[in-house]
Design a protein. Structure first.
Length: 207
């Protein structure tokens, strides 16, 4: 009987200790919750300082961004119309603008100056040397010879001059009448006189 009473008292003691432990734990958690700050943490929302390049490429929707100042450099990206990016420098003459462009080596790239408007003054830096192509294109002479057809030379036509033009010539001889050198007018007059004389004779015979 005494043994059972001791077991019951032990169970009651352990249960009360567990209840006290849970109560203390809830109180600690509640106090930690009450001690948490309720003020929002401030965030930085300012715009970057310094010169800004704004894309103005009407009517184009976007412009090319290159790894260097020139069309011989490879294209590394694009900028859309009215996009703003920090500007760093410009080349001599202001043809190309160096901008901040994350995601490329060194985080900088170049844009064509007529496509952007820069707010602020930019330093002038010398233009880097033109990049050399990674591979030099070569032509296989054996392959190229398959597409080259040799045309045999042909003899040009020879020119044969035309025969000389012969223009006939006529000898000028004096015009002579057929009546022994008499003028033709005298012969006509004699013939007319003979005809008139014949008409007169025939008229007289009738009368």
């Amino acid at each position: 009987m005494m043994r059972k009473l001791q077991i019951i008292l032990s169970i009651i003691f352990l249960g009360s200790g567990l209840v006290l432990f849970l109560a203390e734990t809830s109180l600690v958690q509640a106090s930690d919750a009450y001690q948490q700050p309720t003020v929002a943490i401030a965030t930085v929302t300012g715009t970057p300082s310094g010169p800004i390049a704004i894309v103005y490429s009407d009517p184009e929707d976007q412009i090319n961004v290159r790894s260097g100042p020139g069309v011989s450099y490879p294209k590394v990206g694009v900028l859309i119309n009215r996009q703003e990016v920090p500007a760093l420098a410009k080349t001599e003459g202001g043809t190309w603008i160096k901008i901040v462009y994350p995601g490329v080596p060194e985080g900088v790239a170049w844009v064509y100056a007529p496509y952007v408007r820069v707010t602020g003054e930019l330093p002038i830096i010398p233009k880097p040397p033109t990049p050399t192509p990674e591979t030099t294109p070569t032509i296989d002479p054996t392959l190229a010879s398959q597409f080259i057809s040799e045309i045999p030379p042909t003899r040009k036509p020879t020119f044969t001059p035309p025969p000389p033009l012969i223009i006939p010539t006529y000898d000028s001889s004096p015009i002579t009448s057929g009546a022994g050198g008499l003028p033709s007018g005298f012969i006509i007059l004699v013939l007319v006189s003979i005809g008139v004389f014949g008409l007169v004779v025939s008229f007289l015979r009738r009368s």
